[in-house]
Design a protein around this ligand. Structure first.
Ligand code: LLP
Length: 435
């Protein structure tokens, strides 16, 4: 796999394709004009570095798409839940899609407005429900009838009415990796299309609940328009039926995570996609309805890179390995979904490239970050793993007792360290010997 696009020494700033704020400048890979090598020198490796301008650009594409409409963008914080990242979106006026009490407390700590928080997920505990009710979140996206009944009881016990949407499963194939497809009949998410009306009627009869909307989410890393258009039709059919039964829906929360370009992916732009979806909403008479969306990856994915050092080169009979200091505990997506991330040298060499599997130090054959990559590298060289802003740090672990990486947010000439490197003392803090 040739990463040749990324290997030419450049004298004038040349942004990487799809990464307008990441560019080679005088043969040094820079983010918002700051050399990544200098950041690695200051903060060590592995190091996650994010561009604030990239995040705001990605957000602006959605804002353009919704100009003149009533729409609330709720950043799905599971994609990257670091406080400094959440703060960027809170300050930009976003709401948040959360899936746990932990995410709720994190986002409140970052300055979120509780009324702009929506709570998704199939397994909310009673404790989590009470916490979210007391905080006064905007909406619970309820995923089963059993959850509906428990939420009703918990809200009544607090003397409150829980604002709810029901997440419907439109049975649409998002044509993405099976692990991140969520709107098919066999998935654990949402209420089956055919059971939706009865579930809304039950919800409307429960005194502890207040029906405020409908919700749908069909999957993640979606790169085609058709699944969205099909799902929208199916959701609007349900809205017609639910409202005809006398249950008004103040908002429509329509999701399906828009993909980003990891390799040769060509997802539609957010504004172009919403232009088509809004045309459909207009035709069906819902164009002025309050809309909500829950994007995660498309807001942060291509805003982040992971800088890592080449530790060793290990030539072999069948494969050559470049062993780096980042691993599957930092970058779990290749091991989990066979995902592709471009790998670019921070200071490209002119030597002839050699084909390597780029692997981490973790004791598993699944600990690979890139396979069959043509790279001209030597031990001590620094590499950037691209498209690492989403579902990397938020899924990082301590496997092999590795501390989680540090994170830096670049904002033009400013650099903010938004997470310190985790120490062994941090890891051992909650453990004790038996006696
Ligand atoms: N809302 C709900 C209800 C979701 O289930 C998800 C993602 C999102 C919003 C955000 O979707 P996005 O815009 O990020 O596609 N770890 C996987 C992705 C799992 C996504 C799960 N749900 C990966 O690294 O590809």
């Amino acid at each position: 796999m040739a990463d040749h696009l990324f290997e030419r020494p450049m004298t004038t700033p040349t942004p990487l394709p799809g990464h307008p704020h990441i560019a080679y400048q005088n043969n040094a890979l820079c983010i918002e004009g700051q050399p990544l090598a200098a950041l690695a020198q200051a903060h060590g490796t592995p190091l996650f570095v994010y561009s604030k301008a990239s995040m705001l650009d990605a957000l602006a594409a959605y804002q353009r798409g919704f100009a003149g409409r009533k729409a609330q963008i709720c950043y799905a914080m599971k994609a990257n839940s670091t406080l400094g990242v959440l703060q960027v979106f809170a300050q930009a006026g976003c709401g948040f899609d959360i899936v746990s009490s932990g995410e709720l407390d994190r986002v409140l700590a970052a300055g979120a407005v509780p009324a702009k928080v929506i709570f998704s997920g199939v397994g909310k505990t009673r404790h989590e429900m009470r916490h979210a009710l007391q905080v006064g979140i905007g909406c619970f996206n309820v995923e089963s009838t059993a959850e509906l009944e428990v939420l009703n009881v918990e809200a009544l016990a607090l003397g409150l009415r829980a604002p709810i949407s029901i997440r419907v499963n439109p049975n649409v194939d998002p044509k993405t990796h099976p692990y991140i497809s969520t709107g098919l009949k066999g998935n654990k998410f949402g209420i089956a299309h055919e059971d939706t009306l009865a579930t809304y009627q039950r919800a409307a009869s429960l005194p502890g609940l207040r029906v405020v909307g409908i919700d749908c989410h069909i999957g993640s890393q979606i790169t085609e328009e058709t699944p969205y258009l099909d799902a929208m039709d199916r959701v609007l059919d349900l809205v017609d039926a639910i409202e005809a039964a006398g249950i008004p829906l103040a908002h429509i929360d329509f999701g399906g995570g828009l993909g980003i370009n990891y390799q040769d992916d060509t997802p539609p732009a957010a504004d172009a996609l919403w232009h088509k979806l809004l045309a459909k909403l207009d035709v069906r008479g819902y164009g002025q309805r309050q809309l909500m969306i829950e994007p995660g990856r498309s807001l942060v994915g291509n805003a982040g890179v992971c800088v890592t050092e080449v530790l060793y080169l290990k030539p072999g009979e069948q494969k050559n390995f470049a062993i780096i200091d980042a691993a599957m505990n930092d970058l779990p997506r290749p091991a989990m979904y066979q995902a592709f991330h471009h790998i670019a040298p921070l200071s490209p060499r002119v030597d002839a490239p050699v084909q390597y599997d780029v692997v981490g130090p973790v004791c598993e054959s699944g600990d690979w970050i890139g396979r069959d990559r043509d790279l001209a590298v030597q031990p001590g060289d620094l590499l950037a793993v691209l498209s690492a802003g989403a579902y990397c740090m938020s899924m990082a672990s301590n496997y092999n007792s590795r501390g989680r990486a540090a994170e830096v947010l670049v904002d033009g000439p400013l650099t903010h360290r938004i997470r310190q490197r985790e120490t062994l003392a941090d890891q051992l803090r909650l453990e004790s010997l038996v006696g």
